[in-house]
Design a protein around this ligand. Structure first.
Ligand code: GLU
Length: 429
């Protein structure tokens, strides 16, 4: 007898961009956003896709697919990171670009929103290949980026070295006499090549400021508080090191190599050293290996997703037991996952607030480049703290006024600011 065909795995209910659109509509509803403004904001302004050839170390040529999605530039130049990941897609980059628009509007930074990416796994390539891929992509983007037009930054799979290659390639394709004015074409550069002090840790630092604001609002004591971390890259590893100064205890970590747990606490600094040598958290001697369900199921005070999008879902949310979800990643929670946790009484510090430290210090870097200044790290941190606090206070006020959740309150503020400008300037023609 023929075997019964196996049922297809249930497809995700919504694409990442659909989740982003749904979040926009929720925010729009709360402030009764003008329907024409909602229509404009529901799709990006520009969607650029480039296919470009790169010579590999073995002499062969390979074609890469790169994206730059420019969602909105009403409030200032397009702004947002460049992601190198084998699952990059148009749908994902569109969602990520829109989140940048809301993030910058919420933080009251004079930038719009954009995002880019190349669909490939950077771990499969040598430094020399990464350099050629980055430079060729920058060349393909050409005048679609610029310090007053569209300003890339690091994201997943890219770092300060990637940004310096982009800057150098861009500078070398402009007029000799104008080169130095082009430094601000990207942010997140190394400090030696024009980056800002405090930028590398900025997203993790901002995340901790947001947690401090929440702890203050709710009277929660961070000393001895337990937390889990999904992702141990730039955001997660800096957040963990900074949180340990508050006495918070890291009990479980998951990354692309596996998950580990130790109820006595995992030492962030030691884990950073281990990951630098071994490429991931798997096998870390100071903790036991656990599976995905045990990772999500570990009861903690704070859960920090700082990896890919769409991780907290109808499948994983029911396993979770936490007070607070702090979204270090962009879009880590899908609609069902969010509904389940909100019903359980879990509070969210949404991505567009919680991980805004990165783009905020990018803005500081851009300002320093324009003025040929170098601010001290203390100065950068103090300014970041003040901007995170202001955004938190705004979110809290709107959440209370509108009896809504934190995410919707953040969207309400971002959309209100954007709408005011559309109304003043009019929609051309
Ligand atoms: N990629 C980061 C983000 O998602 C930083 C963007 C930036 O600095 O422009 O917010």
């Amino acid at each position: 007898m023929a075997e019964k065909p196996k049922p297809k795995p249930a497809a995700a209910k919504h694409s990442v961009f659909e989740v982003a659109q749904h979040q926009l509509y929720r925010g729009a509803e709360v402030i009764q956003l003008d329907p024409s403004v909602r229509t404009i904001l529901s799709q990006p302004k520009n969607e650029l896709i480039v296919n470009f050839p790169v010579r590999m170390d073995n002499g062969e040529y390979r074609l890469f697919k790169g994206y730059r999605i420019q969602h909105n530039n009403l409030m200032g130049p397009y702004k947002g990171g460049i992601r190198y990941h084998h699952e990059v897609s148009l749908d994902e980059v569109k969602a990520l670009a829109s989140w940048m628009t809301w993030k910058c509007a919420l933080l009251e930074i004079p930038f719009g929103g954009a995002k880019g990416g190349i669909k490939f796994d950077p771990r499969d390539h040598s430094q020399a290949e990464l350099e050629r891929i980055t430079r060729r992509f920058t060349h393909a983007l050409g005048s679609n980026i610029g310090p007053d037009y569209d300003i890339p930054a690091p994201d997943m799979g890219t770092n300060s070295q990637t940004m310096v290659w982009m800057m150098d390639t861009y500078m070398n394709s402009t007029l000799q006499s104008n080169k130095n004015a082009m430094r601000g074409v990207v942010t997140g550069k190394s400090v030696t090549s024009g980056g800002s002090l405090g930028r590398e840790k900025a997203t993790g630092q901002g995340l901790v400021f947001a947690i401090e604001n929440w702890a203050e609002e709710t009277g929660f004591n961070l000393d001895g508080a337990t937390y889990s971390l999904q992702g141990f890259g730039n955001v997660g590893s800096f957040a963990a090191r900074i949180l340990s100064r508050h006495g918070a205890v890291l009990v479980s970590v998951q990354d692309h190599t596996g998950a580990i747990r130790n109820s006595e606490g995992i030492h962030p600094k030691r884990l950073v050293n281990y990951v630098a040598k071994n490429g991931g958290v798997a096998g870390y001697p100071g903790a036991e290996a656990v599976d995905r369900d045990a990772f999500f199921g570990t009861p903690v005070d704070i859960f920090i997703p700082a990896a890919l999008q769409m991780q907290i879902t109808a499948e994983t949310a029911p396993l979770m037991s936490t007070k607070l979800v702090v979204e270090g990643a962009n879009g880590p929670t899908d609609l069902e996952g969010e509904r389940i946790l909100l019903e359980k009484g879990v509070t969210f510090l949404p991505d567009i607030l919680a991980n805004a430290g990165g783009v905020t210090v990018s803005y500081f870097e851009w300002l320093q480049n324009r003025r040929a200044e170098q601010w001290s790290e203390d100065d950068v941190d103090a300014r970041l703290r003040a901007m995170m606090q202001r955004a938190y206070n705004t979110m809290r006020r709107i959440r209370i006024e509108k009896s809504t959740d934190n995410r919707t309150a953040c969207y309400a503020h971002a959309l209100n600011r954007i709408q005011a400008v559309y109304h003043e300037r009019g929609i051309f023609p």
